[in-house]
Ligand binder design. Structure first.
Ligand code: NDP
Length: 331
C-alpha cells in the first residue's frame, strides 16, 4: 500500500518535503468493514487547514499519518452486507492506494450515471457547496448581478453557471487569461476578470455598472474588500472560502472572517429606517417593560444648548453615560 504521510506541518506555502512517500502492508477488513482500492483522490483547499496546527472545520492530520481526502474507490473485499467486490464507492481513503473503512461510511456510486470522478466535484462536495451557498444564501434573482471569485474552480465554475441558469448577469474573477477565456467562452459567464493583470476595482465597475447583488466569496482578502465597495442595497454574500489566507503566516489586516465561516454566523447590514412598520409593536412592548421595571433606562442630561458641542465631542470620547440629551429649556 503506497501512502503519502504528513512529515512536517507546512509554514506558509506547503513544500514537497512536508510530505513523504511510504509503503505499508494492506490491512485486512474486519467485521462490517470494506477494503477498497483508490481510483480518484480529491484535492481540495480545505486540506491546507487540516495539515496545519490549530482550529479547522475537521480534525487535523497527525504528523506521520496518511493525509486525508475524499476518494472514489473500488471494493476489493467486503465484510459489509451492502457492498460487494467490484462496487464503486465514495470513500475517504486519503492519500493512499488502498484503505479499509467501515461500510457505513461509504456511499455506493453508479458508474452509468456520470463519470466516477464527478462525485468528487460537480456532483459531489464542491458542487453541493456551489448549489446550496448560491441558492440558499445568495438567493439570486433574474436580472441581478452575481460576482464569483476563484470562478474557474470546482466550486466557482458551478456557482457561476447556476447563477446564469437563474437568469443573472455573472462576472467571474480568475487568476489567468486562459481561465478568463474559459469561463466566458466555455461556461457562458458574461465577464471574466484576471485579478493578476487587471485593476480589480475598475474592472468590476466596468463589468457591473449597476453594482453587485450577490458575491459568492471563495477567497476573502482583497477581492472581498474590493467587491464590498460596489455592493447594492440588500446584497447577499455567501462566505464560502478564504483561500487567499490559507498559506498566510500572520493574520491578514482587517477583521478575521474565519469564525464567521466556521460558525456559519450571519452578518447582515441594518438600517433602522427599514423597520418603521414595527414602530407600534415596539412602543407597546418597551413602554410595558419600562413600566414593569423589566427594562431600565438611564439618561445623561446636559443643561444648556451652549454645552451641546462639548457634550457631543464627549460622546465620541465616551464621556457620556447613558443616552445623552441636552436640556435646552424647561419642560
Ligand atoms: P478551486 O478549484 O477553486 O481551486 C482554488 C483556486 O483558488 C485556485 O485555482 C485559484 O484560482 C484561487 N486562488 C488561490 N489562491 C488565491 C488567492 N490568494 N487569491 C484569490 N484566489 C486564489 O478550489 P475549490 O473550488 O475546491 O474551492 C474554492 C473555495 O471554496 C476555497 O476557498 C474552499 O476552501 C472553499 N470551499 C468551502 C466549502 C465550505 O463548506 N465552506 C466547501 C468547499 C470549498 P485563480 O487562479 O482563478 O485565482
Amino acid at each position: 500500500n503506497k501512502q503519502i504521510l504528513l512529515k512536517s506541518r507546512p509554514v506558509g506555502e506547503p513544500k514537497e518535503s512536508d510530505f513523504t512517500l511510504a509503503e505499508a502492508p494492506i490491512s485486512q477488513p474486519g467485521e462490517g468493514e470494506v477494503l477498497s482500492r483508490t481510483i480518484y483522490l480529491s484535492l481540495d483547499p480545505y486540506m491546507r487547514g487540516l495539515i496545519s496546527e490549530g482550529e479547522s472545520y475537521a480534525a487535523n492530520v497527525e504528523l506521520n499519518s496518511v493525509v486525508v481526502g475524499g476518494t472514489v474507490s473500488q471494493v476489493i473485499q467486503s465484510n459489509h452486507p451492502q457492498f460487494q467486490a467490484g462496487d464503486f464507492v465514495l470513500s475517504r481513503n486519503g492519500w493512499q492506494t488502498y484503505a479499509v473503512a467501515k461500510g457505513a461510511t461509504l456511499q455506493k456510486l453508479d458508474p452509468s450515471q456520470a463519470p466516477l470522478s464527478y462525485s468528487l466535484g460537480v456532483l459531489g462536495m464542491p458542487g453541493l457547496t456551489a448549489y446550496t451557498a448560491l441558492l440558499d444564501i445568495g438567493q439570486p434573482k433574474p436580472g441581478e448581478t452575481v460576482v464569483v471569485s476563484a470562478a474557474s474552480g470546482a466550486v466557482g465554475a458551478v456557482a457561476g453557471q447556476i447563477a446564469k441558469i437563474k437568469g443573472c448577469r455573472v462576472i467571474g474573477i480568475v487568476g489567468s487569461d486562459d481561465k478568463r477565456d474559459y469561463i466566458v467562452k466555455e461556461l457562458g459567464f458574461d465577464v471574466g476578470i484576471n485579478r493578476k493583470t487587471e485593476e480589480l476595482n475598475a474592472a468590476l465597475k466596468a463589468a457591473a455598472p449597476d453594482g453587485i447583488d450577490v458575491y459568492f466569496d471563495n477567497t476573502a482578502g482583497v477581492i472581498l474588500e474590493t467587491v464590498l465597495q460596489q455592493i447594492n442595497l440588500g446584497a447577499r454574500i455567501p462566505l464560502v472560502g478564504l483561500i487567499s489566507e490559507y498559506n498566510a503566516t500572520s493574520a491578514p489586516p482587517g477583521p478575521n472572517l474565519r469564525p464567521l465561516l466556521i460558525k456559519r454566523a450571519l452578518i447582515k447590514g441594518f438600517l433602522v429606517s427599514d423597520y418603521q412598520h414595527r414602530a407600534n409593536e415596539f412602543v407597546s412592548d418597551v413602554a410595558g417593560w419600562l413600566k414593569s421595571g423589566q427594562l431600565k433606562y438611564q439618561e445623561d442630561v446636559v443643561v444648556g444648548l451652549e454645552n451641546a458641542p462639548r457634550a457631543f465631542i464627549g460622546l465620541l470620547r465616551g464621556e457620556n453615560f447613558g443616552k445623552l440629551v441636552v436640556k435646552v429649556s424647561e419642560d
